[in-house]
Design a protein around this ligand. Sequence first.
Ligand SMILES: C[S@@+](CC[C@H](N)C(=O)[O-])C[C@H]1O[C@@H](n2cnc3c(N)ncnc32)[C@H](O)[C@@H]1O
Length: 205
Amino acid sequence: MGLYAKYLLPKLIDKACGQKPMMKLRAEFVSQAQGDVLEIGIGSGLNLEYYPATTNSITGLDPAVEITELAQQRIEDIDIPVELLNLSSEEIPADDGRFDTIVCTWTMCSIPNIYQAVREMYRVLKPGGKFIFIEHGLSPDNNIAKWQARIEPAWKVIGGGCHLSRKADELLLDGGFRMDSLDSGYLPGPKFAAFMYRGVASKPS
Ligand SMILES: C[S@@+](CC[C@H](N)C(=O)[O-])C[C@H]1O[C@@H](n2cnc3c(N)ncnc32)[C@H](O)[C@@H]1O
């Protein structure tokens, strides 16, 4: 791993993902979690302060040790037990139906084999369990979408494997989830990376 990915990228992600409009969305969505929660790509732990008291435990999965080190203080600051697993979501070490809620924010863009990861997330979620997501992705505006396709190869190199053109809602529906609520639109910022899909999906009972 290069010096950029090891030392600079985790801090850049923490800063970029900690901007006010994003924190506002975290507060709105993460507060809907309950029970045993699996957070996919927990990163620097920016969601942790928003988990409600109805959360029993949080399992934070993320293969990047360097970014999860930034989560340590935030883990200590909350009363909910957090287990960190530095592993990829393409192979989740948990029994079928183990979790009541899965939280995934700005992470589906970075998972190399997203289809395999969605299959795993579906497997470990309890029937009737919620999948809470906030993801940036493919713009509905043709001009912006063209730019996303052009920029994506270079963006993946500087953005830790981040894809610009994924569609979280379609990936989840293709993976067997039911879409309970979905909202989309631009946040402030460069349009090629600012079109957000956010909502709650569930695993049919
Ligand atoms: C843009 S950051 C978002 C971090 C955090 N979810 C947040 O909302 O601030 C993307 C995260 O996805 C993680 N990631 C990359 N590949 C992954 C994988 N295969 N499984 C789980 N997480 C992954 C990265 O290490 C990084 O922490």
